[in-house]
Design a binder for this molecule. Sequence first.
Ligand code: ADP
Ligand code: MG
Length: 581
Amino acid sequence: MPSEPSRLMRHAVGIVRRLAGGTDAGAESGTAAARRQEQLAALLTVSQAVTSSLDLATILRTIAEQVRQVIHVNECTVFLIEGDELAPVAMDVESYAEQVIACRLKLGEGITGAVAVSGRGEIVNDARRDPRAVQVPGTPEEDSALLCVPLCEREQPIGVITLVRMGSNGFAPEDLEVATLFAAQCSAAIAHARAYEDARAAYVELHETQAQLLQSAKLNALGEMAGGVAHDFNNILAAILGRTQLLLQTSDDPELRRQLEVIEQAALDGAQAVRRVQEFTRVRQDERFETVNMDVILASVVELTRPLWEAETKRRGVRVAVEVRPGATLPVAGNPGELREVFTNLLLNAVDALPEGGVVTIDSADRDGLVEVRVSDTGVGMDPDTCRRVFDPFFTTKTIKGTGLGLSVAWGIVSRHHGTIDVESEPGCGTTFVLRFPSGSTIASGAPASAHAPLPGREVLVVDDEEAVLHVMADMLLMLGQSVRTAPGGREAVEAIAHRMPDVVFSDLGMPEMNGWELAQAVAARAPHVPVVLVTGWGVQIDADTARRRGVERVLPKPFSVEDVERVLRELPTRGARQAA
Ligand code: ADP
Ligand code: MG
């Protein structure tokens, strides 16, 4: 697009011609001509300095500082329009800098404000006589002359350069011409710098969004994979744990019991490890959130971990101090146990990063409606490559005791709380983890069912295609005083129901031919009062409301203990209660 030279530029070209002694310069004395040449040379140098930068702050500072080379003045202030005000953004003044920087003018206010509105430069040689003039608060009233020229972008004023000469030595019309020319250069430089800043901000934002997307895509893929493995392990552990617990119930031999207890503990530990893998997949939905005071959580984490960072580091002969600076007041909807796990992981990582001792600081504050917690240490820090990978599952730099799961678990938990977790670190300069949680509260849930009433006896139909799990569940139910029938799949279960309706159905979810959801629908169609319990290795990923809508009364995650099964039986509605509800 051929660009029409702006009014300002046409004007500027005219001035250059005159200053250079062109058409309308007329007869001039030698000294005046020499002075103009000097001015023009200075103008060129200054313009180059201004236009050679793309940094707005540098440009503004250069304008203010260099203008004296072109026009001799006592003060130069650059104002930019911000909303309906003019703000001083750069200045070169001999005195009262603080007073000038604090002075904000409304558009139209003062001579500077008038020029910002009219878009035309002005000389006011006796400022005290001009009714528009405003005195900068805190400065003495003195004789002064003002020269104001507008800064424009696409012919619209964006600011004003204001020059002040003290005393009675006023400005000449040529000074206004030079200043106008200079302002045209500055305007172009400011426009370029602003465009460059916008482009750079957009680029940075895009880059960050991309990195975040990549991170969550990576973790989601890993989560899905780990979730599948976790499911299989839960089946295996269900068989081991259930069998062991059943044997424990029947055996009196102390040596045998001791060994069984070792197996039981190993299975429970295994279940715990699997739960941690499922943690960072972010699909876990079995939890109930409650209203949490973050500062209470932080204080309890510091107390609970005290033996680890105090006694343990003392034993190593170094000193680690943990300082908490609570300041958050907004409530957070969350799971206290999980949040404690997050901060425990962060605190223990920080202690690990302090082999020579140091300080761990935990700050909390309300910020922009969010609760922000910063966990900082003065430890070894991380290089950028490590920083990028800390949230990856199984990433660890600790050769012996690291699992690499601490931060990926923290990431999963924070994400499920709709929060964010970020890391800032440099080698040798410590590390800061910044966590932000949206504030919110929840209504407390009802009281749990009484644990000591006798368990009502029911007929339970157990359905599972994994034989080992099927029989463990059947035996546990028998032990709990229930009468039991079994079916190795959905189709067989439907046949069994047609033959005689049980009081309760315990069904596996993933079965060939007919899965747990389909069986639940079939049961609901025939006998809506018969509750269905879904027993599954995916347990933690199914939320209770979805399950109810699909005809499932309860979800029981694998592996399950005798106590888990008993609790479910207690919480089931008794016959007829479901119909009434
Ligand atoms: P682990 O602690 O088992 O190694 P994490 O997921 O908790 O696993 O941490 C992963 C890695 O992140 C650590 O091995 C360590 O390299 C790095 N890291 C985490 N926190 C810090 C910290 N505060 N200072 C320095 N490095 C850290
Ligand atoms: Mg860790």
